[in-house]
Design a protein. Structure first.
Length: 69
């Protein structure tokens, strides 16, 4: 998934902020709780106001992200 996400970040990074959370880092636990992290990989699309727009768990096709973006 990482190559897909990095490719999307390169393409959409000027319009979407990509944030990577390290599940082994206790400092990321509060944000992981906010986005209801349940499984790895876990992706959340969050609006500027902080609302979760959409979430995906597991492997996701690039086209699915593109439609959401």
């Amino acid at each position: 998934m990482l190559p897909v996400v990095h490719g999307l970040e390169e393409e959409f990074g000027d319009r979407i902020r990509f944030v990577y959370l390290d599940m082994d880092n206790a400092d990321t636990a509060p944000l992981m709780a906010e986005v209801n992290f349940t499984y790895r990989p876990h992706f959340s699309l969050v609006s500027e106001s902080g609302e979760i727009v959409e979430q995906w768990v597991g492997t996701v096709e690039e086209a699915v992200f593109r439609v959401a973006f």
